[in-house]
Write a protein that binds this ligand. Structure first.
Ligand code: GLV
Ligand code: MN
Ligand code: MN
Length: 412
């Protein structure tokens, strides 16, 4: 089997997909179920069709593109990632796993390889939490981590429900049918940019992910009292934004205090109401994202935040409400998939680093129903979720080559 990646084609497809964007280049914004995201998905599906894959969507819009194996009833080997992008993102997050996965399949086809197990490319719905506040919507439903009933209740910032949005996008069928039976996949493997600086710093071309950190997301609402920025005297104020500021700093302090590099905490959204220069903030909504490889440490940070909410509410006489959107367990990657990725690296003479993913991925949820692991490639300066995210053509095609080799080993 002579495997060769068509680097030029793969890179030009990544460039083309980046033109499906609601932001000015080089930034990419592609939020789930927008017209732009739908068109981008159709464009990728056309590329899958060109490769002779059998394509279908489930009721939440996860796309499956299957290269049918010689034993069509044997569990498939899955690969893939997502094409939705957060506001003001780059070109590579998720996309490398989707288009790199497709090119890996095409490379295997060109080599004359015939899989026994079907090889299936998955394009998951809403890996990013931008629209519905919760990440990995598609893979959570596939793995049964999120129930159809809970998914139906999710709404976006305009109050529009998942159910309405997906129906409007032409997705029929019941959400209950999205969940896959255990055993549907023999293995799942996701190619992704690292989104951190470690591979670059260590001078390693590839990372084999052995565990994925546990993410938790919360929404905090602080209600104080508003009023005139000139008229209300300082001792009489219950400023919701000042209270929120205390919570943000308390969270940062708690995450720094664990002393572990795997503990990270972020407040990425702060909505201030009414949002006028001469009006005291009456209400603030914060989004909180806390992650760790250790559930115990993550628990300590969340407890410190809880305590800060209690103390701030009392000191400042404001009401604070906390809603936990998700608090997921970490994942240990599947030994057979780690072994296949390691063997594929070795076969091609590439050194690699065993690593932990502190970002979450659809693999976190696929690992609940199948042995799953990930292959990381470096990205410049570790930048991701920003327009200057960059992975070199050589690194991308090296990742696709190793992915192809690992898929062949798993699908034989
Ligand atoms: C996924 O994009 C994450 O936030 O880790
Ligand atoms: Mn992302
Ligand atoms: Mn991603």
């Amino acid at each position: 089997m002579k495997l060769a990646i068509d680097q030029q084609k793969l890179v030009s497809e990544i460039e083309t997909l980046a033109t499906f964007s609601d932001a000015q280049a080089p930034a990419v914004t592609r939020v789930v179920f927008t017209e732009t995201e739908r068109k981008a998905r159709d464009w990728v599906k056309d590329r899958c069709e060109d490769a002779g894959l059998v394509i279908w969507d489930d009721a939440i819009g996860n796309t499956f593109a299957r290269w049918v194996g010689s034993d069509p009833h044997a569990p498939a080997v899955g690969t893939g990632s997502h094409i939705d992008a957060i506001p003001n993102a780059g070109k590579y997050d998720g996309v490398v796993g989707v288009l790199g996965g497709l090119e890996a399949i095409r490379a295997l086809q060109r080599s004359g390889f015939h899989p026994k197990h079907s090889i299936e490319l998955l394009i998951f719905t809403s890996e990013e939490p931008t629209r519905f506040g919760i990440g990995c919507l598609g893979s959570r439903l596939l793995s049964g981590t999120l129930s159809a009933e809970a998914a139906r209740k999710l709404t976006d910032n305009d109050g529009v429900s998942v159910e309405d949005v997906r129906r409007k996008a032409g997705l029929a069928g019941e959400l209950e049918k999205v969940k896959l039976h255990p055993g549907a996949y023999k293995a799942f493997v996701e190619l992704h940019i690292e989104q951190g600086p470690i591979l670059e710093r260590e001078g390693k071309p590839l990372g084999v992910v052995e565990r994925i950190a546990a993410p938790a997301s919360l929404r905090i609402t602080v209600e104080g009292s508003g009023g005139h920025a000139g008229g209300v005297l300082m001792p009489d104020r219950h400023d919701a934004l000042c209270a929120a500021a205390e919570l943000i700093l308390a969270l940062e302090h708690a995450a720094r205090s664990t002393g572990a590099i795997d503990t990270v905490a972020t407040v990425g959204i702060c909505d201030v109401f009414p949002g006028a220069v001469n009006s005291i903030p009456a209400k603030v909504r914060l989004s909180v994202d806390v992650r760790d490889t250790s559930l115990q440490r993550r628990g300590e940070v969340l407890r410190a935040l809880d305590e800060a909410c209690r103390a701030t509410s009392e000191d400042r006489e404001v009401a604070i409400q906390t809603e936990v959107l998700n608090a997921d367990a970490p994942a240990e990657c599947g030994p057979p998939v780690i072994a296949a990725l390691s063997a594929a690296c070795e076969k091609h003479g590439f050194s690699f680093l065993p690593m932990t993913s502190r970002a979450y991925h659809d693999s976190l949820f696929m690992s609940r129903i199948a042995p799953a692991a990930m292959l990381f490639i470096p990205c410049r300066n570790g930048y991701s979720h920003r327009p200057d995210e960059y992975a070199s053509p050589e690194d991308i095609s090296r990742g696709a080559l190793v992915l192809a080799e690992a898929l062949a080993m798993l699908a034989e």
